[in-house]
Design a protein around this ligand. Structure first.
Ligand code: COA
Ligand code: MG
Length: 289
């Protein structure tokens, strides 16, 4: 499954929820947390019940719930047990205990072990504890499946400027990607608030690709195509990958660990990378966009 674009939708906005059914976002994140005001929470949950009935063949959204310590958590959890979303996105994860607490609530409710937990990394403590949080992804029967970066909250909590290229946050972002890779987790980058500037979004998505992220969270339908395109392998990348795979298949190279191809050293690890890219290319061209 591709994770190029993950579109947030405030669950209080029924019209926007319905609109997601016609969009090509790889993932929809229906939000019950900060994009929904305190007075709108009940209504937002009702909207989600209605929306899940309308899904038909469409993939289930991820649901972002309120923190386990909040007054809304019990109702959010009950809703997730009822609807069985693609995953539960837990906001403001500070430490492994936050994930373990949710895990325990799910186990106590005899929840399907396949219901995954995604973690928002958006607080100073979350970043400082990222290694320990990621380790939960290595435990058997793990539910933790993804890290989702929250750059708006990080800027708020740290006072670090949120510039378009977030240069002051790079050490943190790279640490999140590294921890995700060490534990086999999906890593999704933060949002671009300026949803009218698609040229800037394109460059920002390129940066996310180069940093190693699997995709980008987005906030507006106009951003879907850009994220999908930039996170899909290009024709040139596919051609280079195919050339590497083909080269190792030639009789004279079958048993070699390293070869020269167009003046460059190519090792078997490059073949592994090429196969991964080709698999991703197949995934993203099969009808998605
Ligand atoms: N998902 C699905 N549809 C959306 C959408 C979204 N995230 N954002 C906007 N739309 C829809 C609107 O409902 C509107 O549909 P309509 O033409 O049928 O009425 C259409 O897209 C055009 O919207 P537009 O007028 O350009 O934007 P807006 O001013 O209504 O909304 C935001 C702007 C930022 C408030 C809105 O995009 C939004 O709520 N985004 C998500 C915010 C969020 O969840 N934040 C939390 C995580 S960071
Ligand atoms: Mg947040």
């Amino acid at each position: 499954m591709a994770h190029r674009s993950a579109l947030y939708v405030p669950a209080a906005n029924r019209r926007a929820l319905a609109k997601t059914l016609d969009l090509q976002a790889d993932i929809v994140i229906a939000d019950l947390e900060d994009a929904v005001g305190p007075e709108e929470k009940d209504n937002a949950r009702q909207n989600l019940r209605h929306h899940f009935q309308m899904l038909k063949g469409s993939a289930k959204p991820v649901i972002r719930i309120n923190m386990t310590s909040s007054e809304w958590f019990a109702d959010d959890l009950a809703l997730c047990l009822e609807l069985q979303p693609r995953a539960i996105l837990l906001p403001k994860v500070n430490s492994p205990a936050d994930i373990r607490d949710l895990d325990q609530f799910l186990d106590d409710a005899d929840c399907d072990p396949e219901l995954k937990i995604w973690a928002m990394i958006e607080t100073p403590r979350g970043i400082l504890n990222i290694t320990a949080i990621a380790e939960l992804g290595l435990t058997p029967a793990r539910r933790l499946e993804a890290f989702v970066v929250g750059t708006n909250d990080l800027a708020k909590e740290t006072g670090v400027a949120l510039t378009p290229f977030r240069e002051h946050m790079h050490p943190w972002l790279m640490q999140i990607v590294l921890a995700a890779r060490a534990a086999g987790l999906i890593a999704l980058d933060g949002v671009s608030n300026d949803f009218r500037d698609l040229d800037a979004l394109e460059e920002q998505c390129r940066q996310s690709v180069n940093m190693g992220f699997d995709g980008r969270t987005i906030i507006h339908p106009a951003q879907v195509d850009t994220a999908n395109r930039v996170f899909s392998p290009s024709k040139d990348e596919v051609a280079s990958a195919r050339a590497i795979v083909d080269a190792f298949e030639r009789e004279e190279n079958r048993n070699k660990g390293v070869i020269a191809l167009n003046g460059k050293m190519v090792e078997r690890l490059h073949r592994d990378m090429a196969l991964r890219l080709l698999a991703r290319a197949t995934q993203t061209t099969n009808g998605e966009s």
